[in-house]
Write a protein that binds this ligand. Structure first.
Ligand code: NAD
Ligand code: TYD
Length: 351
């Protein structure tokens, strides 16, 4: 493989994948396709934007004609598909955009790949990045999502991702396209858009703003450092079995409220505040509609078959992450000033 399309490369996870591939594989041409929605930010890729093996294309995956032209123009061999609408709260307010981008956009890419590749799939690969949220929710019973867990999505976001996963697998089963799907747990780390829990709370603590905890803060998520996700994507893209599914997770479950306390403690420490200084910012708010109780991934298959494991302990990862956001306040302020601030305020007023 030589010409690799990465979609959604200006977003959070995509930017880490683009960076890894551009730096690690000088022999590849990495084409980053992104619509630059509110979540896309080319500042995430400043360090590699002039690399000779990197090209940025601003386009919408739903634009089928443009996707067709792109496959011809760049003679694409591989696709790593991350472009999506990704925030559950937004999907509750606007499910249409999620169906459009996540379902129709994925279908548009698949169909463009199928037309470009004909029946000659030698050396080709379509790798679709999905989420553990398609599996639904777990009780507090020590069970995990495995690759054979039945899909049971609850939010419009997870329903749209589940649908796109089914389309990807259907293109393998129907047309023989060499596809792979992976389902990953919650990611954290640098460059995450500050509507998601961890960067939002770091930024709110910095500004002494309330920390809106949904419900009782008892929901559990399994957190993985984003660079470890990017490493897993690299391994699976190159060595994963065609038509297979791999779960990616950190075996790192945290109850929201406990995680929030760790964030508060770390931010206060790094800002030089006395311990407990920002605890009073915790504000319990109306629960998210359909809020899944617990996600937990069993990633043993990936470990046993391809030897991948998370490289970072959570304590190290969260400190690194908090430090990054505090050191990169310009990045954060650029996003949270102006239009976005108004949008964020209105989201919370209307909850
Ligand atoms: P993100 O919202 O930060 O980035 C999404 C990117 O896709 C943005 O750059 C945006 O501009 C682009 N995009 C959106 N619509 C587009 C369109 N129509 N055409 C082209 N580009 C478009 O999301 P993320 O958190 O980086 O997630 C990336 C992928 O990983 C998604 O598919 C998501 O479902 C999946 N995922 C995310 C997590 C997580 O914790 N963030 C966990 C598991 C899986
Ligand atoms: P989030 O970062 O939105 O990821 P996801 O919904 O995909 O898991 O949220 C993580 C958890 O934190 C989830 O249980 C919802 C909760 N949460 C809050 O309590 N308050 C908030 O302001 C946000 C954004 C999330």
């Amino acid at each position: 493989m030589k010409n690799i399309l990465i979609t959604g490369g200006a977003g959070f996870i995509g930017s880490h994948v683009v960076r890894l591939f551009v730096n690690k594989y000088p022999e590849y041409n990495i084409i980053n396709l992104d619509k630059l929605t509110y979540a896309g930010n080319l500042a995430n890729l400043k360090d590699i934007e002039n690399a000779p093996n990197y090209t940025f294309v601003k386009a919408d995956i739903c634009d089928f004609e443009t996707m067709r032209e792109l496959f011809q123009k760049y003679q694409l061999d591989g696709v790593i598909h991350l472009a999506a609408e990704s925030h559950v709260d937004r999907s509750i307010k606007d499910p249409f955009t999620f169906a459009q981008t996540n379902v129709m956009g994925t279908l548009s890419l698949l169909q463009a790949a199928k037309e470009a590749w004909g029946n000659d799939y030698e050396g080709k690969r379509f790798y679709h990045i999905s989420t553990d949220e398609v599996y639904g929710t777990l009780e507090f019973d020590g069970t995990f999502f495995t690759e054979t867990t039945k899909y049971d999505p609850h939010s419009p976001y997870s329903a749209s991702k589940a649908s796109s996963d089914h389309f990807v697998r259907a293109f393998h089963d129907t047309y023989g396209m060499p596809t792979i799907v992976t389902n990953c747990s919650n990611n954290y780390g640098p460059y995450q858009f500050p509507e998601k829990l961890i960067p939002l709370f770091i930024n709110n603590i910095r500004h002494g703003k309330p920390l809106p905890v949904y419900g009782k803060g008892e929901n559990v998520r399994d957190w993985l450092y984003v660079v470890d996700h990017a490493r897993a994507i690299d391994v699976i893209f190159h060595q994963g079995k065609i038509a297979d599914t791999y779960n990616i997770g950190g075996f790192n479950e945290w109850k929201n409220i406990d995680l929030i306390k760790v964030i508060i403690k770390t931010v206060d420490k790094l800002l030089g505040n006395p311990e407990g200084h920002s605890v009073g910012l915790i504000t319990y708010v109306t629960d998210r509609a359909g809020h899944d109780l617990r996600y937990a991934i069993d990633s043993n298959k990936l470990k046993e078959e391809l030897g991948w494991e998370p490289s970072l302990q959570f304590e190290e990862g969260i400190e690194k992450t908090v430090r990054w956001y505090l050191d990169n306040q310009e990045w954060m302020d650029h996003i949270t000033s102006g239009e976005y601030e108004k949008y964020y305020e209105s989201m919370y007023e209307n909850r």
